[in-house]
Write a protein that binds this ligand. Structure first.
Ligand code: 10D
Ligand code: SF4
Length: 346
């Protein structure tokens, strides 16, 4: 079923003390890695025809996945579910070398849509493991990105889930330890985890550069500013989207009385906005802008038609497509593959 916006006018326009307004965080929504991964699936469908298989959700957004399914993508959990010889796209969150090998053993044509900023963390893991460091990977156990990064050097990596985990983790040689992280964590919580690790292991090494990516950081900075002036914050993003869920937590920590995550505008409940003069709105890095627009329309119907954008950074990063898609069928370089499309960008 194609997504159709829910009925308008569900929410009532109840007066509050003072004028009603929306503070719309910017940057929000699609990051460069998500844009590239979604285009990669679209291009693979265009070039090879349906079906194209995708290992795991290409990005953690139910709307994106549903739309790509309608276009002919088939999402699977593991490569052994893909028919031999077929095309398979690896998701933006990355894969371990074991998955690459399993795909190749099966004769699959793999298209690697791993975000280059995730690949950067993989390379760091490989390098520190080669130099025989013990790697404390701060991230959420079971998240695809953490599985992929840890899989680069399983004998050297220990996952640290939380600041409390930092107090318990055991290392063999405290003089040769480094921390790395998942790209989509809360910056503040990660710094607290590092602080506690360093208390226990003073010789702890830092990553060569930030592992939490620019998009995650920018969206957190923007929602902090919005939350300070908002009664309620609404975050558009799916439940399994780490960076989206972090935005709810950050909003609550930085002054919003209430904060909610939704996939679609019709999920907004009347009681969430009751008495609110200012509603903050943002969206995770895997969320198309059309879903935010639907939220703004829904809120406008409840009297929140005054939308003020709060911008804390400009973003213009774009990644070229996965190398497997950069040549056209005749072996020529596909110029359309350079950069990303602009639709869906904030
Ligand atoms: O759960 P998450 O925040 O890592 O992923 P999502 O697909 O929501 O956002 C894009 C982030 C990626 C692909 C990890 F780098
Ligand atoms: Fe890449 Fe960051 Fe987007 Fe993840 S959130 S896909 S690391 S740019």
């Amino acid at each position: 079923m194609p997504h159709v916006p829910g009925p308008r006018g569900r929410l009532q326009d109840i007066p509050v003390s003072g004028p009603k307004r929306v503070l719309l965080a910017a940057p929000r929504g699609y990051c460069a890695g998500v844009d590239r991964a979604v285009i990669a699936v679209e291009k693979a469908l265009e070039r090879y025809g349906a079906p194209v298989y995708v290992r795991k959700q290409i990005v953690h957004n139910i709307h994106v996945v549903t739309e790509l399914e309608r276009a002919g993508a088939i999402f699977v959990d593991e490569v052994d579910e893909v028919p031999e010889g077929a095309h398979v796209v690896f998701s933006a969150h990355g894969v371990s070398p074991a998955v690459v090998t399993a795909a190749s053993d099966r004769g699959l044509h793999a298209i690697d849509a791993t975000c280059p900023l995730v690949t950067k963390v993989h390379r760091e893991a490989v390098r520190f493991a080669r130099d025989d460091f013990e790697i404390l990977l701060i991230g959420h156990d079971g998240h695809e990105e953490v599985e992929g990064t840890a899989g680069e050097a399983p004998d050297h990596v220990t996952v640290v889930n939380s600041p409390d985990d930092a107090d318990r983790v055991v290392v063999k040689d405290p003089s040769k330890v480094v921390w790395l992280s998942q790209t989509t964590l809360s910056v503040d919580e990660t710094m607290e985890t590092v602080r506690r690790l360093r208390e226990r292991f003073p010789q702890l090494n830092d990553p060569p550069s930030d592992d939490i990516c620019y998009a995650t950081q920018n969206r957190q900075v923007a929602i902090k500013k919005v939350a300070a002036d908002a009664d309620v914050v609404i975050v558009v993003g799916s439940a399994n989207s780490s960076n989206s869920v972090r935005l709810v937590e950050v909003a609550l920590e930085y002054g919003a009385e209430r904060a909610y995550r939704i996939d679609y505008a019709h999920e907004i409940q009347q009681e969430w906005i009751a008495g609110a003069a200012t509603i903050g709105v943002t969206s995770g890095a895997s969320v198309p802008e059309v879903l935010v627009q639907e939220v703004l329309d829904e809120l406008a119907g409840a009297g929140y038609a005054d939308v003020q954008q709060v911008r804390t950074a400009e973003e213009d990063l774009m990644f070229s497509l996965p190398k497997e898609l950069r040549q056209d069928a005749g072996g020529r370089r596909d110029e359309r593959a350079l950069g990303g499309r602009v639709s869906g960008r904030p």
